[in-house]
Design a protein around this ligand. Structure first.
Ligand SMILES: O=C(CO)[C@@H](O)[C@H](O)[C@H](O)[C@H](O)COP(=O)(O)O
Ligand SMILES: O=C[C@H](O)COP(=O)(O)O
Length: 954
C-alpha cells in the first residue's frame, strides 16, 4: 500500500501513535490529484496527518511531469498573457489553498498548533534578505489562508527575513537547517520577531513557526567521508565505521536539547505568558538514503514531544507498516553528545559538511525550480502554439554544443534574472542599468492604451489623408516597419517615413502628400538630431504656405522630455507632444511612444500589437530559464557564433510581406553590439544564394511569415541547412507577431551584447560622424562655401576620394582598376558595404541590390547595401566601431534638385555632402578601408557605368 491510497485507521497505527509522544506527522508532499481525489483527506482522517510541506523539488515532481495541471494551464492561457513564473505560482497557490482547506479542521482542533501547509519563497532569493521579506509578505497575502506557513531558508540572509516575517505576523517554516549554529540564529530571529510585536503592543498569539532541521543529508555526507577514509586504509577505520548512520540523529538531538533550554528561558517564558507558541523543531529530509539502514530510521529515531516529522509518502507508508513509536528523541542524549564528540575527535568535518549542505540545498532547490519553470515554459509554448512565433535552430554540431554550454552558464549564473534586475555587470558594469526601461515598457503602454486609442480616434476624426514622419534611426525605423508591413488602414492616413537629406528624396515625399491633409510627426528622442530638425524646418515652412498660422496644428512630436524639440513644438503650437522615456535608447524604443504614436496614426489595432509584444516579453521573462527563453536562446546563438566561431555576419532574410523588419533589426544589432572592435555585422536583405557564395562567417536568420511565405526563400534555406550552415528559422504565424519579435530581438541583442562583452546600449561612434558633419556645415554657414575637397583620381563621370592612406593603396587610372585595388583588400571573413548617398527609390534600391549580389558572388564576401545618411544612424556604428573587417564604398552624386533649409545658409544638398564627407573622414581616421566614388552628371547613366565597373572589378 502507498500513501497515495492511504492505509487503514487503527489504534495501532504508528502514525497515529506519534501523537501520544507529542509528535505530529506531516506529509512532505503535495500534488493536485492527490488532494482532489480525497487521498490527502484520508491521511488526515485515518493516519492522523497534521500538516503538509512543499518545496521546489516537490512542486517540480508534481507539476513538471504528467498532465494533472494541463486543464488549468490551458484555461489561464486562454484569458491571460503570463510568464512561466506567474503560471507556476497560480497553480501552486491553488494547490496550497486546497491542501490548507483539507488541513483546516486540524488547525482548528489543535488550536493552531498543527494543520499547516507550507509554501516556500523562491529559492532564487535565498541570499537576499529584503527580497525574501517582500516575497514572504506577497505569498502570505496571495494565498490568504490562516494555516499557511511561508518557508524561508535558514541561511545567514534568511534569518533576518524570518525575524521580519514573524514580526509581521506571518507563520514561518524555516527550512534548510543543518547546523546547530544556524538553528540558534533562527531561534533568536523567531524570538526577536515576537518581541518586536510585543514591544509594538501587538499580539503574539497564534503565530506559528517550525524550524526544519534536515537529517538524512548529513549522514549521506558524513558517511560518504567515512567510507572514503576507510577505503583509503584509515587507521581509525573501526571507530569511523561505528559512526555510520549516527551523526545526523545525534546532531538533531542536540538541536532538540538546545530547544528545551530555550523554552525554559525567562526570555521565552515572557513571550509564552503573552500567548506565544514555541517554534517547534521539524525533522525534514527523513527518507532513508542508505538502503543498508532501516527505511524508517529518521522517523523512529527522532520521536519526541512538541516536534514535527515531515515524511515523504513512501516513508510514510513504511512507518505506518512497521514504525516503532518510542520517545527516542529524549533518550540517550549523552550518547548523542558522545557521537558528535567522537566525530570531532576523528576529524569528521561536521561544520564543513553543514556549510556545504546549505549551499547544496539552496542550489538543489534552484535547480529544481529551474527544471520546474523550464517544464512549465515548454508546456506554455506548446499550448500557445501559433499564438507565439516558432523558432527552429539548425546549427553545426560545434556551435550547437557551445550554445548549449552558454545557456547552461546563463542558467547556473542566474543571468536572466540578473538581466531583468538590471545588473550592469552583465555588460561592462557602467551605465547599462539606466538604459533598460524597454524591459517593462509594454506593460506601461498597455496601462496607457486608452491614451493611444483616444488619440487614434482624434486622428481619424480629423480626416488626414497622409502622415509624414520625419526622423532618423531609432526614431524612424520601427515606424517604417509598421508602415511597410501593415500598409494603409481604411479611415486613417497613409504613414510615410522620411529619413534622408537627399533633396530628390525629400521632393519625392513632398509630391506624394497633400500638405493640407497631412499630419507631420517630428520624431527625435534627443530632439537635437540635425535631420529631423531641418526636415521639420522645411516642412513647417511648406505647411505655413498652405495652412498659414494653422500649420502647428498639423504637427506633432515624439521626443524626450526637456528636449530642444519639445521647445520647438511648444513655440510653434504643435497639436500634440508625446514623450519618450529617457531610459530607453532609440533602437529599443519601438514599443514606446516612438512606435505606438505612428501605429495609432496609421490605424493599427494597438491592443493586438501590444498583446503580441507582451507575449514576447513574457516568453523572455526572468522566470523563464535560458534554454526555454527565446530571447536568451537567440542571443546566445548570435553571441557565441560571433565570439567563438568568427560567425559575426548576421544574415537576415525575411518573407517579402515583412521584409522591412531587417531594416529595424540591422540597427538594433549593429548599433548595440558593434563597438570596441567587436560586434555583429548585420547583412540585411542579401538575396539567398547557393552555399558556395558564402564564407564561414555567417549565421543565417530566416524570418518566415507562414501565412505568406516565399517558395524561393524556403528552397534556398533548405539548401543552406543541408549544406550545414547555421540557420535560425523564426516563423511568424501572422504579421502582428512582429511585435513579439520586436521584444524578443531587443532581449536577444542585450544577451548577445553581454556574451560579446560590450555595452549594448551606447553608440559611441555615431557621434563622431555627426561632429565632422557639423564642422562642415558650420564652415559653410560662415563662408558660404564648402571646404576644398580634391579627388585623388578621376575617370570620366567618376571622381574618387579617400584619405591619404587609403588613396595610397588605391593606385589606378580607371574606375575598374581603383575599385579592383579596393576590393582586393578584402579577405575571407571581411564584408563589403556599399553606402549610397542618393535618392532611395525602387530603381536605386534594385540597382544597389544587383550590385551587392555581384560583389558577393564575385568576392565571396558578405555585403551590406545601405543608403546615406540613413545608415549613419544605424549600421554606421558598427562600421566605425565594430570589427575592422569592412571594405567601404561610398557612392555620391550631383544633385539635380536642391532644397533650402529655412534659417540656414546651407541647403539639403550641402548637408548631404557634409554627411558623406564627415563619415568618410571618420572611417579613414579609424583606419578603415574606405573609398568614395562621386558620380558627376546624370545619375542613372552614372549608376549603370558604376555597376559595370564594379562587376568588372570583382
Ligand atoms: O523543509 C521541508 C519542510 O519544512 C521539507 O519539505 C524539505 O524540503 C524536505 O524534507 C527535504 O528537501 C527533503 O530532502 P531529501 O530527502 O531530498 O534529502
Ligand atoms: O537612432 C537614433 C538616431 O540617431 C536619431 O536620434 P534621435 O531620435 O535622438 O533624433
Amino acid at each position: 500500500m502507498t500513501a497515495y491510497d492511504a492505509g487503514t485507521s487503527d489504534a495501532a497505527n504508528p502514525l497515529k501513535q506519534m501523537a501520544r509522544f507529542g509528535q505530529s506527522p506531516w506529509l512532505d508532499f503535495i500534488q493536485r490529484s492527490y488532494t482532489e481525489s480525497g487521498r490527502l483527506k484520508k491521511l488526515v482522517e485515518e493516519d492522523g496527518l497534521k500538516g503538509v510541506t512543499s518545496n521546489p523539488s516537490i512542486f517540480q515532481k508534481a507539476m513538471g511531469h504528467g498532465t494533472d495541471y494541463d486543464p488549468q494551464i490551458r484555461q489561464i492561457l486562454e484569458h491571460q498573457i503570463v510568464d512561466a513564473g506567474t503560471l507556476y505560482e497560480t497553480l501552486a497557490i491553488q494547490d496550497i489553498r486546497a491542501a490548507a482547506k483539507v488541513l483546516h479542521p486540524v488547525y482548528e482542533q489543535t488550536a493552531k498548533v498543527d494543520g499547516y501547509v507550507s509554501l516556500e519563497v523562491s529559492p532564487y532569493l535565498a541570499r537576499d534578505t529584503d527580497a525574501t521579506i517582500a516575497e514572504a509578505r506577497r505569498l502570505w497575502l496571495a494565498v490568504g489562508a490562516p494555516n499557511l506557513m511561508i518557508k524561508i531558508p535558514g541561511t545567514d540572509e534568511g534569518a533576518p527575513a524570518v525575524q521580519a516575517a514573524i514580526a509581521a505576523g506571518i507563520n514561518v517554516n524555516v527550512t534548510l537547517l543543518f547546523s546547530l549554529n544556524a538553528y540558534k540564529k533562527v531561534v533568536e530571529a523567531h524570538i526577536a520577531g515576537l518581541e518586536a510585536r510585543l514591544s509594538r503592543g501587538e499580539s503574539v498569539k497564534g503565530i506559528a513557526s517550525v524550524a526544519s532541521f534536515f537529517v538524512s543529508r548529513i549522514d549521506v555526507k558524513i558517511d560518504g567521508e567515512i567510507d572514503d577514509r576507510i577505503a583509503a586504509g584509515d587507521r581509525d577505520a573501526t571507530a569511523l565505521k561505528a559512526l555510520r548512520g549516527k551523526v545526523a540523529i545525534a546532531n538533531a538531538k542536540l538541536a532538540y536539547e538546545y530547544w528545551q533550554t530555550v523554552v525554559k528561558s525567562p526570555r521565552w517564558q515572557k513571550l509564552a505568558q503573552a500567548g506565544a507558541m514555541p517554534q517547534r523543531l521539524l525533522w525534514a529530509s527523513t527518507s532513508t538514503k542508505d538502503k543498508t539502514f532501516s527505511d524508517v530510521l529518521y522517523v523512529d529515531g527522532l520521536i519526541g514531544p512538541e516536534t514535527v516529522n515531515t515524511i515523504p509518502p513512501a516513508t510514510f507508508d513504511d512507518f505506518r507498516d512497521h514504525g516503532r513509536v518510542i520517545p527516542t528523541l529524549t533518550q540517550d542524549v549523552a550518547g548523542a553528545h558522545a557521537v558528535i564528540g567522537e566525530a570531532r575527535r576523528l576529524g569528521l568535518d561536521l561544520d564543513g559538511v553543514t556549510r556545504t549542505l546549505v549551499d547544496e540545498g539552496v542550489r538543489g532547490f534552484e535547480e529544481a525550480f529551474d527544471a520546474l519553470l523550464g517544464a512549465i515554459a515548454a508546456k506554455q509554448a506548446a499550448f500557445l502554439d501559433h499564438k507565439l512565433t516558432t523558432t527552429t535552430l539548425n546549427l553545426p554540431a560545434d556551435l550547437d554544443t557551445a550554445v548549449k554550454a552558454e545557456l547552461e552558464t546563463w542558467r547556473t549564473q542566474g543571468n536572466v534574472r540578473r538581466l531583468w534586475s538590471k545588473d550592469a555587470t552583465l555588460w561592462t558594469g557602467r551605465d547599462e542599468a539606466g538604459w533598460l526601461k524597454w524591459l517593462s515598457i509594454v506593460d506601461d503602454q498597455l496601462l496607457d492604451l486608452a491614451k493611444f486609442e483616444e488619440f487614434q480616434a482624434e486622428v481619424k476624426a480629423r480626416g488626414f489623408r497622409d502622415a509624414l514622419l520625419l526622423g532618423m534611426g531609432g526614431s524612424s525605423l520601427g515606424p517604417e516597419v509598421l508602415s511597410v508591413t501593415f500598409g494603409r488602414h481604411e479611415g486613417f492616413p497613409h504613414l510615410y517615413v522620411l529619413d534622408s537629406t537627399d533633396p530628390q528624396q525629400i521632393r519625392d515625399f513632398q509630391d506624394r502628400i497633400d500638405i493640407s491633409r497631412t499630419l507631420f510627426i517630428v520624431s527625435s528622442k534627443s530632439g537635437g538630431t540635425l535631420e529631423p530638425n531641418i526636415l521639420k524646418a522645411y516642412f513647417f515652412d511648406q505647411a505655413k504656405k498652405v495652412l498659414g498660422d494653422k500649420a502647428g496644428s498639423h504637427f506633432i512630436t515624439v521626443t524626450d522630455p526637456g528636449s530642444h524639440m519639445e521647445d520647438v513644438a511648444k513655440k510653434d503650437g504643435f497639436w500634440k507632444i508625446f514623450y519618450g522615456n529617457k531610459q530607453i535608447g532609440g533602437r529599443y524604443s519601438v514599443l514606446s511612444d516612438f512606435g505606438m504614436v505612428p501605429a495609432a496614426i496609421a490605424g493599427l489595432p494597438l491592443k493586438r500589437l501590444l498583446d503580441s509584444a507582451l507575449r514576447g516579453e513574457k516568453s523572455c521573462a526572468a522566470s523563464v530559464p535560458p534554454a526555454q527563453n527565446p530571447g536568451v536562446v537567440l542571443g546566445s546563438v548570435l553571441g557565441v557564433a560571433a565570439r567563438s566561431f568568427g560567425r559575426d555576419k548576421v544574415t537576415l532574410l525575411a518573407s517579402p510581406a515583412i521584409y522591412d523588419m531587417g531594416a529595424w533589426l540591422e540597427q538594433l544589432l549593429a548599433e548595440s553590439t558593434g563597438k570596441d572592435g567587436r560586434g555583429l555585422i548585420p547583412i540585411d536583405g542579401e538575396t539567398a544564394g547557393p552555399a558556395s557564395v558564402y564564407g564561414k562567417d555567417r549565421v543565417f536568420i530566416y524570418l518566415r511569415l507562414s501565412e505568406k511565405p516565399c517558395e524561393k526563400q524556403d528552397a534556398a534555406f533548405k539548401t543552406l541547412i543541408a549544406a550545414g550552415e547555421p540557420v535560425v528559422t523564426i516563423e511568424l504565424h501572422d504579421r502582428y507577431q512582429i511585435a513579439e519579435e520586436f521584444f524578443r530581438w531587443e532581449f536577444a541583442t542585450a544577451v548577445a551584447g553581454s556574451i560579446i562583452g560590450i555595452n549594448a546600449f551606447n553608440q559611441p561612434d555615431v557621434e563622431a560622424s555627426k561632429i565632422e558633419t557639423k564642422k562642415i556645415t558650420t564652415a559653410y554657414n560662415e563662408t558660404g562655401r564648402l571646404p576644398p575637397y580634391e579627388p585623388f583620381a578621376k575617370d570620366g563621370a567618376f571622381a574618387f576620394y579617400a584619405d591619404h592612406k587609403n588613396a595610397a593603396a588605391l593606385k589606378g587610372d580607371t574606375a575598374e582598376a581603383i575599385l579592383k585595388a579596393h576590393f582586393a583588400r578584402g579577405r575571407a571573413g571581411d564584408y563589403v558595404a556599399l553606402l549610397a548617398y542618393i535618392d532611395r527609390d525602387t530603381a536605386t534600391r534594385e540597382w544597389l541590390q544587383q550590385v551587392r549580389l555581384s560583389v558577393r558572388d564575385g568576392l565571396k564576401l558578405a555585403t551590406a547595401a545601405e543608403f546615406g545618411p540613413r545608415f549613419q544612424h544605424s549600421t554606421g556604428q558598427a562600421y566605425k566601431g565594430g570589427p575592422d573587417t569592412g571594405v567601404f564604398v561610398q557612392i555620391t552624386c550631383d544633385d539635380d534638385v536642391n532644397l533650402p533649409v529655412p534659417g540656414e545658409k546651407y541647403t539639403f544638398s550641402i548637408v548631404k555632402e557634409a554627411q558623406a564627407r564627415g563619415d568618410l573622414e571618420v572611417l579613414g581616421e579609424r583606419g578603415r578601408r574606405a573609398l568614395r566614388v562621386h558620380i558627376h552628371g546624370d545619375l542613372k547613366a552614372g549608376l549603370e557605368k558604376l555597376a559595370q565597373a564594379i562587376r568588372a572589378a570583382v
